[in-house]
Every structure is written in C-alpha cells, then in structure tokens.
Design a protein around this ligand. Sequence first.
Ligand code: PAF
Length: 326
Amino acid sequence: MTYRFSGFVAAGAIIAAGGPALAQTEVKIGYALAPDSHYGVAAQKFEEVVTEQTGDAFEFNHFPSSGLGGEREVIEGLQIGTIEATIVSSGTLANFVPDTGVFDIPFLFRDLEHARAVLDGEIGQEILAKFDNVGLHGLAWGEQGFRHITNNRNPIETPADVEGLKIRTMENPVHQAAFNAMGAAPTPMAWPEVISSLQQGVIDGQENPLSVIVSVKLDEVQEYLTLSGHVYSPAMLLVSKPFWDGLTDEQKEAFETAADEAVTAMRGFVDEVETTGVETLKERGMQVNELSAEQKAQFQDEISSAYEGYYETYGQDLVDSIVNVE
Ligand code: PAF
C-alpha cells in the first residue's frame, strides 16, 4: 500500500521499479481523513480484501487527509475517471444524487442501529443504485457517527447559545436549513479550509462526529464540545463508473465483498470511538457538555420549522417510512 499526501504521481514513477507494473491497474483512493481514522481503516481493509481476491491485478495508492482535494472535487474526479475510488461523507453527495439529502435530516435516526438498518435496507440500497446514473458507482454505505457541535465562543446548552454562532457546515442545504432554523450563522465550507478558518477566527465552530473530532485533534483549535447528536452522518464507498464498467464480473464481485468488509471495519471503528471519544477529548482538555433529554428536545423544537422544507423536497411519506424502520 502506498500513501501519497498531495497531487497526482506521474505514471512513470509508479513503474520505476521496472517489474510487471504495466499489468496492474492503479486504484487511486482519496479520502479526507488520516490513515488511522475510520476512513483510513476502511480504505486499508478495502485494499486488503481486493488484493486477497484478485492477486496483484490492482495497485492501490492511498491519498488520505484530502490529498486529492475536497470531497466534491474528488467525486468529480471519479466522474471523469481520473480517480478510481473514494470514501466520502454525505456532505456534497446530494449535489450528485439529490435523494441522498433525506438521510441528512436532523433527528431522523434514533441510533446507529436504526441508521444502519435503513441504509442497508431497501430505501438505502435504492438510493445507492442511483449513483450509476451520474458517472459513479456506489458500493456501500458507511458511516461517521452522530454529529456534535464544537466551538470557541461559549458552552452550548440551549438553542439561545447558538444564536449568531458562525458555524461551518458541510456544503449541504439540509444542514444549512437546520442551523438557520436554530438562529445560527451557518457558513458552508469545504473541509480542507476548516482548520485554518477556525485558527484565524473566520468561524467560531463546526460540527462533526466524535470519529472526526478525535482523529483530526479538533481539541487543538476548539474549546467547547456539545454532545448535540443533532444529525447522523452517513458515508459512502464510491468508485468511478468508467473504472467499474472496465472490471470483469469476478473483479466486481471482489470489490463488492471488499466494500462490505470495509464498511464492517468502519462501523466497528465508529462503535469504539463513540464509546471512548468523549473521555479522550476531556483528557485532551476540551470542555464537554452533554444535553439532557429536555435540552435536546428544545433543539428538536427549534429545528422543526425546517421540516416543512424537508417534507416538500423529499416527501413526508419517505421521511415517515425511514422513521418507521425498526
Ligand atoms: O465535515 C466534513 O466535511 C466531513 O465530515 C469530513 C470531515 C470531511 C469527513 O468526511
């Protein structure tokens, strides 16, 4: 496995060893987080299983930590066939397949089990299949966990505490609508700009799951963590459609098995960090506050005005059928 942190590598450099490299197909896999994150662990498992099943047919080159750019740019690279694979959040997925936005609705999922049942079930798989219409192939839904708010301005206990808060959101209209409803000042921004914007005070805060907060060491640039769990954060293992169409049936099967195992590894990692992450962040000096059920209900009430728009976009029937999945 090779890690590269920025830019593309000339093909000549890859075959410099002079061996049978020409027979190998390169799989450039890009993701926003470090090799020891839930994305990195999943990407390594993906490579491992593909290699076990196909021998040396594929050479994987990993580009962690946004080495190929922001998530939107990477997905566009997949569409034109310059990048083969990625693991991404749902941040910009709705720009490619609008229906994915339904999973970004705040307070939609009860817990991780509920979310996994929906994504692995009929509703999730139908939406996954739509990526084939836009130059992509969705192999499997992964996840990051539930998103929480971090900031440098003040501890957050009630919706009044987020009033006017300059909070970075993903470039995702569903999330932006929720923070507008709460009276915050949401600032959509690609991930690679977030840390420097926090350091320079361009934004007060951001929101991400514990998996990201711990892995990126957001405690170094953020003082307060509020366990708002306001929205579940799905992820997806995507490959380029031109690349997918060039695989044999056996190779496709190997990639599908590998994606399932990668997702199992990713979910296992998320389960672990959901248990240990808060303690880790407290030890690193973050001021953490949990929300009581009543406090959480206040946030839910505040966001309820955004639900009208969500129903209009996605249909109340679909939202209800997700809520009703056991
Ligand atoms: O906040 C985001 O943009 C995403 O959660 C991240 C950190 C890029 C992981 O996909």
